[in-house]
Design a binder for this molecule. Sequence first.
Ligand code: MUC
Ligand code: MG
Length: 369
Amino acid sequence: MKITAVEAIPFAIPYTKPLRFASGEVHTALHVLVRVHSDDGVVGVAEAPARPFTYGETQESIVAAIQTLFAPHLVGMSVMDREAVHAVMDRTVGNPTAKSAVDMAIWDVIGKTLGQPVTALLGGYSDSMRVSHMLGFAEPAKMVAEAERMREAYGITTFKVKVGRKPFRLDVDVCRALREELGEEIELYIDGNRGWTASESLRALNAMADLDLTLAEELCPADDVLGRKWLVERCPVPFVADESATRPGEVTRELLNGAANAVSIKTARTGFSHSQRVLFQCDGLGAEVIMGNQIDGQLGTLCTVTFGAAFKSTTLRAGELSNFLDMSDDLLAEPLEIVDGRLAVRQVPGIGISIDPEKLSKYRLDQGN
Ligand code: MUC
Ligand code: MG
């Protein structure tokens, strides 16, 4: 079970509908496919999405970190020695998606080697999760139309609305239009990606008091320390830390400082190993969790549901598992399917990622394509 090679393959797949939000926008999935090979001939697979606006990582920096900083030390280590693998990678600060893809690819090797689904090794709680769809910035009528299409085509009834533009009237109007057009049955929550100030956030929350929002995520920057604490004390629903709580230490700090009382878990940035730490911290402290989306492709989404379905507390809320639907294509040989608003885990050894070789050669960027 020794690691013999770690590959980092950059690829680019355009979005048919770019996702826009307060801290950036994504037009092309510039991701890195990570493959960990073991001496038993097993190959584990995962992907790292470059999110420069959130973590400062680019596609090039992810490839470089894996190839030059991590791989030379990982080759020769056992895939079972996950803590030792992390100790090696954590000598380097940052690079969360690069580290997480390596972590998840290693879990994939373990699952395939043992003949067990990774979701079962992690916790085995459920076989699927309810899906929440993120609605990126657009004109209010377009955001309503997208939500209607998602409900119609996939049975999705939970929506995370990107806010953080102008609270009055744009963001508030979008949420109101969604509630009025889609009715009482849908669940709505908001994510500001730090776009509002603390006082704007509270005004907007008050203006939406009748809309039955269920969560508020990163409405203002966590670095506005006093303003953020003031807001969280007054927020009528759980306040979710996303980009302010990207690793276990930050999660503890944000929760104990009163800067949040719920946490978004993203396997793209904490893999499976550190997502466990984040989840168990939250469980122990009594903070709610939600499985978030790092604008993942199908590989990343499969990793999210693999983790999210494995535990009770991650299945209490719908996971953000549908934005791959806006990509023009993907690398998976068997595409993911959302049916009746749910996404199933794959009950096969490993994570269940099988790469279509033709698609990989079409989209990879490292072979003169
Ligand atoms: C989200 O929940 O914020 C957008 C930026 C990012 O870091 O993740 C996405 C979705
Ligand atoms: Mg967020």
